[in-house]
Design a binder for this molecule. Sequence first.
Ligand SMILES: [Zn+2]
Length: 655
Amino acid sequence: MRALQSLLLVAALLFARTAAAQVYEFPHYDDAAQVRADCDRLLVDLKQRERAIAALPERGGEVLAALDALNQRVEDLMGPLSVVPAVHPAKAVRDAAEACDLAYQRFNNAFLQNAKVYARLKQAAVADDIDRRLQREELDLFEDSGVALAPAARARAQRLNAELTKLTQDFERRVRENHDTVAFTEAELEGVPANVWRNAKRDAHGRVVLGLDYPSADPVIERAVQERTRERMWRATMRLGGEANLTTLQRIAQRRHEYAALFGFGSYADFVMRRRMVKNEAEASSFLDSVAAAVSERERADLAVLREAKAQATGQALAATTLQRWDLAYFTERVRQQRYAVDQEAFRAYFPPQRSLEFVFAVAQRLFGVRFEALTQTLWHEQAQAYAVRDGNGALLGTLFVDLFPRPDKYNHAAVWSFRNVATKSGRLPAAALVTNFDRQGLTLSELETLLHEFGHALHALLSATRYSIEGGTNVQLDFAEAPSQMLEDWVYDPAVLALFQQLCAECKPVPREMIERAQRARHFGKGLFFARQLVYARYDLALHGKRVEAPLALWSRMERATPLGHVPGSIMPAGFGHLASGYGAGYYGYLWSLVVAEDLRTAFAADRLAAAVGRRYRDSVLANGGQVAPEELVQRFLGRPGSREAFFRSLAIE
Ligand SMILES: [Zn+2]
């Protein structure tokens, strides 16, 4: 009897598990030992799977399914562990998660050089175009890791990969663990919102001590009335990473150049770009040239306006006024306030944080017919939230985690980790984590834009319905990845979209229409400067990864000297520019490139940004397909015509 009862209990538990199995439960990590134990188990399992794949039949084996199962196993553990360093309150747990990632990278580098797995992959059973694309992309990965090189070159590739991993970590650590500070008297901080510095540390002279993190440094550079204050903070941020990072960056560029040469390529840019939309460095350069031609006049006009604003503010004659780099953000904000009477701070009253989250959910509901349902889960912090995403018919689509507010040791930007991908072949549902650092008082309009942008990445992951997890959601070509999020950015400047707030929040006052219109116009001011700066970054990144490796600082100062404001001696911007060292190497142009795609996609929503029929078509053609269809083809399917740059260049011209 007792045995039967417990059997029934087990059956009931099993049933409950399968019924609830679909909602993803974020794993609990109480201590580092638990992370290490899980990590050890993962590595043993991965090695077993590697052997099993190598032992598949030589021809027609289910290699793709096996590789996807391996990827899912990696995601099961490394997925949540990739979120942990950003949000977990315990340092030991965060460190253990980072160490696990390193151990996994070592496995993966060796795995991608496994000649037997590569041979099985070449002869894999493929049913259709989706299978063929996954096979081709996996073969590319193995080949780019050196599996098909002669033995000596293959060994060299492996050593270079290991060295690059280490160099990249060194570079990023020096930026992340920077503890430089700048001290200011309260008078010197005139204009800087008090919430930025009120609770900051004080030095022996009672001065406010500020770090170089964005929430501290940006408001000083943007708002400090005294030029000397802005200059001191700007100069400090331009030393981020330090001289050591210049040496590391040069080594990274040299090793990448050498790596590309193993494959017969004259530049690292050409080596990596052949796998992207852009195809090669020449195409990227000619694209950047056309953007430069479109914005250079506008940049000069913007600079003239800012210089006038500075002359006015300082009471100096225009002829005697020199605009400095540390003036740009400050006077851009000032002109925006004076010309367009826009004060971003004033928006906070209209956009309470939790309501703002519900607002982006409502946008998704209107456009894509999906709804977000709060779940009860014990997460890494009491502020974190979990949501089930359901389709119109109630079917579960995935799970979203949200962590809205800042706290010590938390990641300090806004980002999405799409850490678990859908796979229709194996009935797997996706999960993503949205991490932001919003003020509890509410969001500014540009923060609402950031929230919608990041939420766009989460939607890309959650509304994907790909056959394989490897192709799920945001696993798309690097220069396409930002497009679906960038597309949504200007939704928040549309009064019809913002009106959704009143549907979900009875106590929310509607934002005055003219306030939105002024913000919209103000947004276009400074575009010339913004794009010109993005261009210098993108071109520098290409040059650093070009045919000849130059010393990073010499190259940078030469390129910056050619811009209207020139180069400030002593500033070493490349030392703190994480994109150069990370996986974005020779990829910075991608922000501009995908903006072209985003503007093109937007044209379909020109008449109505909440059109459900267009949203449905977009969901089915673009989001659902993740990376399993080429981006050019996704755009063609959605728009009914090939992609075009027209909308992008039109938008550059909007005053
Ligand atoms: Zn993004």
